[in-house]
Design a protein around this ligand. Structure first.
Ligand SMILES: Cc1cc2nc3c(=O)[nH]c(=O)nc-3n(C[C@H](O)[C@H](O)[C@H](O)COP(=O)(O)OP(=O)(O)OC[C@H]3O[C@@H](n4cnc5c(N)ncnc54)[C@H](O)[C@@H]3O)c2cc1C
Length: 462
């Protein structure tokens, strides 16, 4: 077995790098991880972008394969649907799945990252070098150069294979672009985001319903909130960076107060210091990264955000990164049985995953429009009601785009295609009706058989 007994290098001990290292260790390899940050288990630092994350089936699958999903889910909160907050009037609930068993989970990014690092180290085959920042790659010498954050000393490290999990601004991806002309696009979203902390109420009670992903859809912008285990919520405001109503234009406490009073009046009593937080908390940016190929010979392969950073509106960035790990896992396992060289594995991985990374990137951008605007639209709500009826009536044949993405492991590229066809079918079926019960089921079945069934043939959708 030619691939065994080698030492592998992973750059980045974020969510994907930590999980991947455990998998490589289980497959028999020794792994050295280099991480530019300090050890977050020893020093309090921000775990990175968002405080919490939505985990769904694709992410859970990889954890389950390792037997660690139960441990992770102990500190998670189930969210079976969206809770919509209109400007005035009462909230409404829109379930995500066919029933409560289909839910996504709110999970702390920091806790998850710490847990994954500890699990990796517990294999005794993974060593994490903290505060070592990758600064350059020498492909001729097969060497990586790291700079120590404390001493500023540089170290050259020989590599046999490098797994690039160094996130959305990946130095490894840039090196592949600069030295070998790999395709790369980085598109910054015109919206930024800002997190606001909603503390627990009396006796650490949640101040809103905890089992749901709260959304305040406001057309071109929105606020969302995900629950944390300590009774708090992390709210995130997504708003244009520039323009008449934007992070740039909200320059004074009076302007922020007027904005919240008009658009989010129910939030004000729940986050008494929202104005201070607004000015104190940073504004984050969101980027979509597409690149190809994801590997260079048998030297380097990219996974996670390094290969496919996406905007967070489908809650799939980490889930997609964990799915990368599961796919690579199967390929390496096979290679160990059949003596397949690393180059073949990396080439295949890149070709198989690229269309799926691109598809979830596009799905995530589309879902932003759905969350901030369409969830409050009457036509959209009618289509959703019709969709629910179709899922009940034809459970084997009709699975909504949201469910395909969040509750199955059907490839994202198929979910994207199925979703487009579903939109077409739903708009035909909703033509001329105002009540979901009036839908023509016979016509619906014909359309589903013609448009959706061939796509989902032989796919596990439950
Ligand atoms: C606001 C927001 C909300 C999100 N919500 C969700 C969600 O609900 N569900 C979901 O699935 N995804 C979500 N995501 C996406 C998710 O955060 C990412 O997809 C995930 O973090 C990717 O993991 P990663 O390990 O690839 O990258 P990262 O988590 O970014 O980790 C990269 C690691 O590499 C290290 N590193 C970087 N450069 C170097 C270097 N030069 N040398 C050494 N180390 C380096 C970094 O310090 C870091 O530890 C969200 C993202 C944002 C911005």
């Amino acid at each position: 077995m030619s691939n065994r007994n080698q030492s592998l290098t992973v750059v980045g001990a974020g969510l994907v790098g930590s999980l991947l290292s455990t998998v490589l260790a289980k497959l028999g390899f020794d792994v050295e991880i280099f991480e530019r940050r300090v050890d977050m288990r020893k020093e309090a630092i921000s775990a990175g972008r968002s405080i919490n994350l939505a985990m769904s089936v694709r992410g859970l699958y990889s954890l389950q394969k390792l037997g660690i999903h139960e441990e992770v889910l102990k500190k998670a909160i189930a969210m079976p649907g969206r809770i919509i907050h209109p400007v005035s009037g009462s909230t409404s609930f829109q379930p995500y799945g066919k029933d409560e068993s289909e839910c996504i989970y709110s999970i702390s990014r920091g806790d998850l990252n710490k847990t994954l690092m500890t699990i990796a180290e517990s294999t005794k085959k993974v060593k994490i070098h903290f505060q070592e920042k990758l600064t350059s790659v020498d492909f001729k010498q097969r060497q990586l150069v790291f700079q120590n954050d404390k001493t500023k000393e540089e170290t050259e490290v020989d590599y046999s294979q490098v797994f690039g999990t160094d996130g959305s601004s990946s130095l490894l991806r840039h090196a592949l672009r600069d030295q070998f002309g790999h395709e790369e696009s980085e598109s910054l979203l015109s919206h930024g985001y800002k997190e606001l902390h909603m503390p627990p109420g009396l006796n650490r009670q949640f101040q809103m319903e905890k089992h749901g992903l709260h959304i305040w859809p406001r057309g071109s912008y929105m606020l969302i909130a995900l629950p944390n285990c300590d009774g708090s919520f992390t709210c995130t405001l997504f708003l244009f960076n520039e323009g008449p109503l934007s992070f740039e234009s909200l320059t004074t406490p009076e302007k922020v107060e007027a904005f919240f009073k008009e658009q989010f009046p129910d939030i004000i009593p729940l986050i008494p210091d929202y104005i201070d937080q607004f000015f104190h908390n940073p504004t984050g940016q969101m980027v979509t990264v597409k690149t190809f190929p994801w590997n260079y010979r048998d030297d380097i392969v990219l996974l996670g955000d390094a290969a496919h950073a996406i905007v967070p509106f489908f809650g799939q960035g980490m889930n997609c990164g964990f799915e990368d790990v599961a796919v690579l896992w199967d390929m390496v396992e096979r290679s160990n049985r059949e003596d397949i060289p690393w180059k073949t594995i990396f080439d295949e991985f890149s070709v198989v995953r690229k269309p799926n990374g691109d598809a979830i990137a596009d799905l995530a951008v589309d879902n932003f429009v759905e969350m901030r605007d369409r969830v409050a639209d009457k036509k959209f709500l009618l289509a959703k009601e019709v969709e629910k009826l179709l899922e009940k009536r034809f459970p084997e044949e009709y699975v909504s785009r949201y469910r395909l993405v969040s509750f199955t492991r059907v490839p994202y590229r198929i979910a994207l295609d199925a979703g487009k066809r579903q939109d077409k079918i739903l708009s035909m079926l909703c033509e001329g009706i105002s009540n979901a019960g009036d839908v023509d089921f016979e016509k619906a079945h014909e359309l589903i058989k013609k448009e959706i069934a061939p796509l989902l043939k032989n796919m596990r959708t439950s």
